[in-house]
Design a protein around this ligand. Structure first.
Ligand code: CDP
Ligand code: CDP
Length: 224
């Protein structure tokens, strides 16, 4: 059997991870796994069920007992919790502002990581998140740490949300992104970190297509 290829893409919020990872996966015919969507889906469920976000055991139980599914349909990744579609709901400002708290819970991470590794076991994947190269897929053949200046990341998110008709203030968005990055980078369990063997790719001023090409070139050079 040909060994499955794993491409791990990590980095801070708004670096372009999901946009680029999804397209790289499509062009290579690999499965795209958005691990952030899994933490977001659990956060959405916890908020809906009024589970205290300070109760680590309750959050771990919720992760254990709920089914989160990522379904790729044509160009879009659809996210389901208990068969209810939450694709849009998980991107709400409320979920964005609470997801790092949920993702910092060790028990929650253990369950998520197990599911993520299982998905990458038998097929080639592009997986994006915060701890993919450093923890989830330590033997990934390609590891990228995608980043961009905070101004550009906030700008991208601002444009994305206003295009969807969601009213946001760019400065508030920038502070929210900064706060989330700090929370993600400083947590005890699997923090946001560049894996030692990951290539840093600063996308400030780079078009999406240019970033995709760089990753495809790196993959081709390693003999996919
Ligand atoms: O799209 P954006 O960069 O805003 O975030 P995301 O990838 O959807 O991830 C949302 C949150 O989930 C992050 O801020 C982290 O708190 C958490 N996360 C994580 O802890 N580990 C991952 N592998 C992926 C996401
Ligand atoms: O997943 P992550 O939070 O890292 O970022 P994203 O959701 O993929 O990208 C955030 C926004 O930036 C999207 O609207 C992308 O279209 C845009 N983007 C960009 O303008 N230039 C890039 N090089 C990458 C992404």
């Amino acid at each position: 059997m040909i060994e499955p290829i794993q491409i791990a893409i990590d980095g801070p919020a708004g670096a372009g991870k999901s946009t680029v990872a999804k397209e790289v996966a499509r062009r290579l015919g690999y499965l795209y796994i958005d691990t952030g969507a899994m933490y977001r889906a659990l956060t959405c469920l916890a908020l809906e069920k009024n589970v205290s976000l300070f109760d680590e055991q309750a959050l771990t139980n919720l992760a254990h007992n709920s089914t989160i599914n990522l379904v790729q349909k044509e160009e879009r990744l659809h996210v389901f919790v208990e068969n209810i579609e939450v694709t849009e709901a998980i991107r709400s400002p409320l979920v964005s502002s609470h997801v790092s708290q949920v993702a910092a819970v060790a028990g929650v991470r253990m369950i998520m990581v197990e599911q993520q590794r299982a998905m990458a076991r038998s097929q080639s994947v592009v997986m994006d998140g915060r701890d993919i190269g450093s923890h989830v897929l330590p033997f990934a053949q390609i590891k990228i740490f995608l980043t961009a200046s905070i101004e550009e990341r906030a700008r991208r998110r601002y444009l994305e949300m206003t295009a969807k008709g969601i009213p946001v203030n760019e400065e508030v968005l920038k502070e929210e992104i900064q706060r989330r990055d700090e929370q993600d980078a400083s947590r005890e369990v699997s923090p946001l970190v560049r894996a030692e063997d990951a290539s840093i790719l600063d996308t400030t001023g780079l078009e999406i297509e240019a970033v995709i090409q760089i990753i495809l070139d790196l993959t081709a050079r390693r003999g996919r």
